[in-house]
Design a protein around this ligand. Sequence first.
Ligand SMILES: NC(=O)c1ccc[n+]([C@@H]2O[C@H](COP(=O)([O-])OP(=O)(O)OC[C@H]3O[C@@H](n4cnc5c(N)ncnc54)[C@H](OP(=O)(O)O)[C@@H]3O)[C@@H](O)[C@H]2O)c1
Length: 216
Amino acid sequence: MSGEPVKITVLGAGHVGPVIARVAIEAGYEVSIAASGDPEKIALITGVLAPGAAPQWAADAVRGADLVVLAIPLHRFAAFDPALVAGRLVVDTMNYWPPVDGVQPMFEDRRYGSSEIVARRLAGATVVKTFNHLGYHELDADRRPPGAPDRRALGVAGDDADAVARVAAVIERIGYDAVRLAGLRSGRLLGPGGPVFGAALGRADFEQAVRTAEAA
Ligand SMILES: NC(=O)c1ccc[n+]([C@@H]2O[C@H](COP(=O)([O-])OP(=O)(O)OC[C@H]3O[C@@H](n4cnc5c(N)ncnc54)[C@H](OP(=O)(O)O)[C@@H]3O)[C@@H](O)[C@H]2O)c1
């Protein structure tokens, strides 16, 4: 894996998946999108919400992808086949939220953040967490060009510096300032209950919030 991603695959065609697909297309990426089954079932909705994104079977969509965005509910993750994304750069957008997901035993070990648990299960992939801490409607509306005074920051957490850099480049190109966290372990700061979850912050305030929490 080298260079900035050009082909992005989004797995999940619910609330957040098509919006990620749309903003990626508008940033100039080639995008395919898949749900859990027949692409015919998502062709209409993706045609409306993410025109230009190619609906495919997941296996076909992942083949040749430089970056795979995992945008499925966490309660569906236990049934997700790790072999599908082996060797890939995977962006984890998922949050563990028991009121929504139900109690998921796999994610109940509080020594680890949800993305660390995802990464351990997807051991053949490189996992980077981002996109999880803003609402899908905001992801579209809050994009701004570089240097805009109200440009919002998104956190990017991962243990592979090269993978983090490539995901950060995508975030910046889509329309956000990318703030690198100390590692995937710090990804928990991006999740529900963390200092930046749901908070619309510019780079300076975002960095201060995560650095303070990382140091605590
Ligand atoms: N909603 C938000 O504003 C928001 C913001 C940031 C992050 N997130 C995170 O994004 C994730 C998705 O949230 P959502 O609200 O978009 O969920 P959602 O509306 O329930 O969407 C679920 C989608 O995931 C697909 N899916 C399930 N298992 C799959 C698999 N193995 N392979 C491919 N696709 C699969 C479903 O396809 P089928 O219909 O074929 O099963 C469906 O298209 C969650 O983890 C959430 O925490 C959500």
